[in-house]
Design a protein around this ligand. Structure first.
Ligand code: Z5A
Ligand code: MG
Length: 224
């Protein structure tokens, strides 16, 4: 078939989310994946949540640094709003053929808030504002033991960086991914290069399935 007789259609980009506990290596792996995909000729963007540059992101930043307090539900909704304010540009990028790599997403959103053990802020409640956001084509969960994470440095100075929160977060990620099944678990305790190879393979499989998946989907409710 000649190029002129063939209708050309831009293939959409993929939405790739990287999740995991603190110091699992998410940001390092997002950078490496971006470089790899660019070398393969893909158009790629790397974004992270929280996006601390927007007005909502600045409120979140001061909360995380401990210079401002927020009521638990209110800060939860701000984290979600920070995703909603960027959702449209994610969709536009993907529809124009750009693959978007996202460092933390709705899964961190639900899990960290639910980990506060506030009796009126359950995992179910926390998931609600995420409904309808772009659904990842692949969600890579970087799994790491508490011992391995500890070797990568002590807790930082930000809110949530303490053992009680991290233990609850680990358990809640497990519960969440039993109810949002499209997760791909990566053993993040290996070397940087080994982890990035595993991620590359999973992402290449995902890119090969984009036609079967069809249009970008939306996040739905948690399974019972
Ligand atoms: N949060 C929330 O509550 N609600 C929400 O909706 C969202 C987030 C989106 C800030 O997140 C906080 O916001 C976070 C959740 C909450 N709270 N906590 N805790 P953040 O994403 O800004 O956090 P971060 O500062 O990027 O840190 P991180 O996620 O803990 O790190 P990481 O990105 O997973 O790891 P890294 O920076 O790539 O690597 C950490 C170190 O380990 C570094 O020295 C690397 O060189 C080293 N490393 C990485 N991989 C390896 C391997 N494979 N081997 C050896 N060493 C390695
Ligand atoms: Mg990071």
């Amino acid at each position: 078939m000649t190029g002129t007789s063939q209708q050309t259609r831009t293939q959409r980009g993929a939405l790739i989310v990287v999740e995991g506990l603190d110091r699992a290596g998410k940001s390092s792996q997002c950078e490496m994946l971006q470089t790899y995909l660019k070398e393969q000729g893909h158009s790629v963007k790397y974004i992270r949540f929280p996006d601390r540059t927007t007005p909502i992101g600045k409120l979140i930043d001061s909360y995380l640094r401990g210079s401002a307090n927020q009521e638990d539900h209110a800060i939860h909704l701000l984290f979600s709003a920070n995703r909603w304010e960027i959702a449209k540009s994610i969709e536009e990028d993907i529809n124009s053929g750009i693959t978007v790599i996202v460092d933390r997403y709705s899964y961190s959103g639900a899990v960290y808030s639910a980990a506060k053990a506030n009796p009126t802020l359950s995992l179910e409640w926390a998931w609600q504002p995420e409904l309808g956001l772009p659904r990842p084509d692949i969600c890579l969960f970087l799994s790491i033991s508490a011992e391995e994470a500890a070797k990568r440095g002590g807790y930082g100075a930000e809110r949530y960086e303490n053992e009680t929160m991290q233990t609850r977060v680990r358990e809640l990620f497990r519960t969440l991914f039993e109810r949002q099944k499209d997760v791909y678990v990566v053993d993040a305790g290996k070397t940087l290069t080994e982890v990035s190879k595993d991620i590359q393979n999973a992402v290449l499989n995902c890119l090969a399935c984009l036609d079967t998946i069809g249009s970008l989907r939306k996040l739905g409710p948690l399974a019972k």
